[in-house]
Design a protein around this ligand. Structure first.
Ligand code: ADP
Ligand code: MG
Length: 242
C-alpha cells in the first residue's frame, strides 16, 4: 500500500497576459516531509504557491490535500478552508496585537484551549518568555519565530513557505532554519518550501523539485539532484552553492 500524499498538485498551469508562467507543474509532499520548490527568480515559484493557497486560480490542473480535491474540475475550496498555513518573508505580524494575540488570531478554540495552544507553540519556538510583548519589541529572528507559531497554531495539514528566511542576516538564518525544521517535523506538518538558494534546499529538503521557466525540470532527493543534474543549466545553478 502506498501512502497518500498530504499535498498533491497535478498538472497545474497559469498564464498572465498570454504568457505561461506555470506550465504543467506536478509535485507532492508526504506527511512530515519537506519538499523544496527550487529555481531562479521569476520561474513561477510564488505563483505556484499562491494557487495552492487559493489566492490565485489555476487555468488547469488539480490540487488535493489528504486525497481530497480542493481545487480543479470545477471545485474551488476557499483559502481559509484548505487547512494550509502560510509563512512568507513579508507576511508581517499584526503590529497592534501582542505575541500571544498574534498566535491566537483566527483560532477557533475557547479561550482556555487557545491559551494552552499559544503557550505550547511559543514554548516550542523558544518564545515563551516574550508572550506579552509586541512585534516592534522583537528582533527579526524573534518575529520570524512568532510567525511560525502563528502559522502552526490551527494545526494546518500543509505549510507553504515562500523564501521565509531571506530577510534574516546570515548568522541568524542557519539557526532559524534548523529550529523551524525541528518544530515542523515535531508537528508532523507537510512543508512546501520555496527558495532560489540551492544551499537552502540542500539543507532543508527531503525532496527537491527544480523549476525553470514555469516547468519542473527535475525531481529527487537533494544529493541525487546535486550529483546528477539533469543538464548543464542545472549543474551551473548548483555550482554557486553557498
Ligand atoms: P518566482 O516566485 O519564481 O520569482 P513568480 O511566480 O513571482 O516567480 O513570477 C513568475 C512570472 O510571472 C514573473 O515573470 C512575474 O512577473 C509574472 N507574474 C506573477 N504574478 C503576476 C501577475 N499577477 N500578473 C502578471 N504577471 C505576473
Ligand atoms: Mg517568488
Amino acid at each position: 500500500m502506498t501512502a497518500t500524499p498530504r499535498l498533491e498538485i497535478s498538472h497545474i498551469a497559469k498564464s498572465f497576459g498570454g504568457q505561461k508562467v506555470v506550465d504543467d507543474v506536478s509535485l507532492s509532499v508526504m506527511p512530515g516531509q519537506v519538499t523544496c520548490l527550487l529555481g531562479p527568480s521569476g520561474c513561477g515559484k510564488s505563483t505556484t504557491l499562491r494557487m495552492i493557497a487559493g489566492v490565485e486560480s489555476p487555468d488547469a490542473g488539480q490540487i488535493h490535500v489528504d486525497g481530497q480535491l480542493i481545487c480543479g474540475d470545477g471545485r474551488d475550496v476557499p483559502p481559509e478552508s484548505r487547512s494550509i498555513g502560510l509563512m512568507f518573508q513579508d507576511f508581517a505580524l499584526f503590529p497592534h496585537l501582542s505575541v500571544a494575540q498574534n498566535v491566537a488570531f483566527g483560532l477557533k478554540l475557547d479561550r482556555r484551549a487557545a491559551r494552552a495552544r499559544v503557550e505550547e507553540l511559543l514554548g516550542k519556538v523558544g518564545m515563551g518568555r516574550h508572550i506579552d510583548r509586541f512585534p516592534h519589541e522583537l528582533s527579526g529572528g524573534e518575529q520570524q519565530r512568532v510567525a511560525l507559531a502563528r502559522a502552526l497554531a490551527p494545526r494546518p495539514k500543509v505549510m507553504l513557505m515562500d523564501e521565509p528566511f531571506s530577510g534574516l542576516d546570515d548568522r541568524l538564518r542557519d539557526d532559524i532554519r534548523d529550529e523551524t525544521l525541528d518544530v515542523l517535523k515535531a508537528e508532523g506538518t507537510a512543508v512546501l518550501l520555496v527558495t532560489h538558494e540551492p544551499g537552502e534546499a540542500m539543507r532543508m529538503a527531503d525532496e527537491i523539485a527544480l523549476m525553470r521557466d514555469g516547468r519542473i525540470v527535475q525531481r529527487g532527493a537533494p544529493y541525487n539532484i546535486y550529483n546528477t543534474p539533469v543538464d548543464r543549466k542545472a549543474a551551473a545553478f548548483f555550482s554557486d552553492i553557498n
